[in-house]
Design a protein around this ligand. Structure first.
Ligand code: PLP
Length: 415
């Protein structure tokens, strides 16, 4: 594991660590750059909880969600597989020494040269959801083991992936026949209930649908042996429904449709579940402006505008794409009395565009230039989806790992 930004701590939460760091920055004035603290202990806890709640399911972590070296190394040491979406992601994971059999190439619409790359490196498991993909695979990777991704109703999720991916159930039997006629092996079924799903019951529906397709596939001569239940699990501890509400439905549905005496491998592709809560971002107020707004009573009130050194085109780009995600909450890192007056406040990002606004109006105590604002639950998609528009650098990440967990990882294999 790279040592550069790694700190092994006896007993520290990410928040405590962050507060200490902010205090030392305050004392040694001059470094106001936004920064992340990533708590690898949290990732390990999430993994153990996943295994405990879903003992029959092997997680294949979705690399797209957060592909930082430290996260991938921890997960590889813990023994997860990896869900890759492209040639570069496959290359990254193979480069870490992960065997090709621990990778699923889970993009249903692949560039032919990426398929050839997968074939050359022994990555055989891939997903598909249409006929043209089967034609491509027959030509570029004839020994691939294809997994049919079915579509589902994902209304109410933060990201409705089924608008774009997944075969409608009505055409699935036809696709299985086409695969047979092209001599393409189909070995299983996958689905994704939508990222940040709001509906645990969708798992029940999808697992039942997968069962019916397993039976059709087997009848047609395919050897159906992999069920991939995708991602969609919550990563923010305040999110409802909670993780355990999803897993209760999954365990019951697997027992009903795929009893353990059947030799079916069950995998998942969790992304945000693993990394969301591990990352906290600290941003600095670089400019303060003051104006007035009319309140509901017609009286004028002070309105404060703060310009932050990270924003919508930086670490919050994912938030910009998913405004349905209402979980973003600023925490003021300053001692303020609970009784202190609060003012309508606007939070701007730093870029030279009026679109770079994090909050139009939020009630906050009065802050000053140089004060810090923290955002928790910033690990999922924020790190992989950001720009350095206007030359604002991506925040540095400080990783923390407790001594006991460091030993635990070492005992798992690599560290
Ligand atoms: C195919 C696939 N698998 C897994 C994931 C990860 O989903 P989540 O972060 O909701 O667990 C995604 C997210 O876009 C995806 O497209």
């Amino acid at each position: 594991m790279s040592e550069s930004n790694m700190k092994v701590e006896e007993e520290t939460s990410a928040l405590q660590f962050m507060k200490k760091k902010i205090h030392s920055l305050f004392v040694n004035q001059g470094d106001e750059d936004a920064f992340f603290v990533a708590d690898l202990n949290d990732v390990i806890q999430k993994h153990l909880r996943f295994l405990q709640e879903l003992p029959r399911v092997r997680p294949f972590y979705a690399v797209k969600c957060n592909s930082s070296d430290e996260i991938l190394q921890v997960l590889a040491a813990l023994g997860t597989g990896f869900d890759c979406a492209s040639q570069d992601e496959i290359k990254m994971i193979l480069g870490m020494g992960v065997p090709a059999t621990d990778i699923i190439y889970a993009h249903t619409c692949k560039q032919p040269s990426h398929i050839r790359y997968a074939a050359k490196h022994g990555v055989n498991r891939m997903t598909f959801d249409c006929e043209s993909e089967l034609v491509k695979v027959a030509k570029n990777h004839p020994t691939a083991e294809m997994i049919l991704r079915i579509s589902t109703d994902d209304d109410g999720s933060i990201s409705c992936l089924n608008k774009k991916f997944g075969a409608p159930l009505e055409i699935c039997a036809y696709l299985l026949k086409v695969a047979k006629s092209l001599h393409v092996m189909v070995t299983g079924v996958s689905f994704h209930v939508g990222s940040g799903s709001g509906n645990p019951q969708s798992f029940h529906q999808c697992i039942g649908d997968a069962r019916r397709l397993f039976d059709i596939g087997n009848t047609l001569g395919h050897k159906m042996k992999v069920l991939d239940i995708g991602g969609g699990f919550p990563g923010n501890p305040d999110f409802h429904p909670r993780f355990e509400e999803f897993t209760a439905v999954i365990v019951q549905s697997l027992d009903q449709y795929f009893p353990s005496k059947e030799d079916v491998e069950i995998i998942a592709e969790p992304g945000r579940y693993y990394v969301c809560s591990a990352f906290t971002l600290a941003v600095n107020i670089i400019t303060k402006k003051e104006g007035y707004v009319k309140g509901a009573d017609g009286k004028e009130r002070r309105k404060l505008s703060y310009y932050l050194n990270d924003g919508l085109l930086g670490s919050f780009l994912h938030y910009n794409l998913c405004r349905e995600d209402k979980s973003l909450k600023p925490t003021v890192e300053k001692d303020v009395l609970p009784s202190a007056e609060r003012f309508p406040s606007k939070l701007w990002g730093p870029c030279l565009t009026e679109k770079d606004v994090l909050f139009e109006e939020i009630d906050l105590p009065e802050l000053e230039m140089g004060d810090w604002i923290l955002f928790q639950n910033m690990g999922a998609y924020h790190m992989t989806l950001r720009t350095t528009f206007n030359g604002f650098p991506s925040p540095n990440v400080q990783y923390i790992l407790g001594k006991e967990n460091e030993r635990y990882l070492r005992n798992c294999g690599t560290s």
